[in-house]
Design a protein around this ligand. Structure first.
Ligand SMILES: [Mn+2]
Length: 284
């Protein structure tokens, strides 16, 4: 179980210098981490979009039995407690750098490709030096990893698979030096069951990718499933592409008012984990 001392908004506001120090600390940790991470098969808690829903974030941290946790991005925008949420995941990463992994979402934006709404800066205006604080957050976001490969098991990322097919997984994910175009797709793409290959995305960035893309990526990476966030689900999760894509959505409240939120508690070492994937999904 992961233990954390939560920080309140009032504490952040009283200690603006401390908050900046925390952002420097997370920066130095992320500087040491690869942006395309390869992790061993193990037990993991996997968490989808939080979008400032601090209540759900706390619920997951306090109710998961695992001590390894992967977040799929989108910590900020939309909810009422964005600062508390992002500070909490940063504190977790600082305390457990080898057990907590923070993927980047499209709301931890690429410069020039900000989503709408992007109301996080409004939550910082109450600080004296909010512009430099926001710049510091943007610098941290640039350093978040964009993809996790769980060996022989799963690909984890925020949005979706790139539609430019390549022969090797390292080439496919442009490991070492990903282009802006590739990052846009990883952070913005969504799966579709309506076309086989790909089509433009009504979000205005990235593509909708079909089952051909998923099958190709799983084959070259020797994995069974893509686990991603990025889309609201009324039950907290959904499948696409014949259960080869699992979407996890881990927050509640406005503007979606989904009935349930969900997270995954999975042991990739268990036999037939893939056949029994639904039994690892926890809804609340
Ligand atoms: Mn998203």
């Amino acid at each position: 179980m992961l233990e954390i001392d939560y920080v309140t908004l009032e504490e952040c506001m009283e200690n603006e210098a401390e908050l900046k120090k925390l952002l420097d600390e997370i920066t130095s940790i992320l500087d040491k981490e690869e942006k395309f991470l390869v992790l061993k098969k193990d037990t993991y808690t996997i968490v989808g979009d939080i979008h400032g829903d601090f209540t759900s974030l706390k619920y997951i941290i306090e109710n998961t039995k695992n001590n390894r946790i992967i977040f799929l991005g989108d910590y900020i925008d939309r909810g009422d407690h964005q600062l508390e949420s992002i500070i909490t995941v940063f504190l977790l990463k600082i305390k457990y750098p080898d057990k907590v992994f923070l993927l980047r979402g499209n709301h931890e934006p690429l410069i020039g490709l900000e989503p709408y709404p992007h109301d996080f800066p409004m939550h910082l205006i109450r600080f004296k030096d909010w512009i430099s604080l926001y710049k510091k957050f943007l610098d941290v976001f640039q350093k978040l990893p964009y993809t996790i490969l769980i060996e022989d098991s799963a690909i984890l990322l925020h949005g979706g698979l790139p539609v430019d097919l390549k022969d090797s997984i390292f080439e496919y994910f442009e490991v070492g030096n990903p282009s802006e175009k590739l990052l846009e797709q990883i952070l913005w793409n969504d799966p579709t069951d309506d076309v086989d290959f790909y089509i433009h995305n009504p979000r205005g960035a990235g593509y909708l990718f079909g089952e051909i893309v998923t099958k190709h990526a799983l084959k070259i990476s020797n994995t069974k499933i893509l686990i991603r966030g990025h889309e609201a689900c009324s039950n907290g999760y959904k499948f696409n592409h014949g259960k080869k894509v699992l979407t996890i959505f881990s927050r509640k409240g406005k503007p979606y008012f989904n009935r349930f939120a969900a997270f995954l508690e999975i042991n990739f070492n268990e036999n037939k984990w893939y056949e029994n994937i639904e039994s690892y999904i926890k809804t609340f």
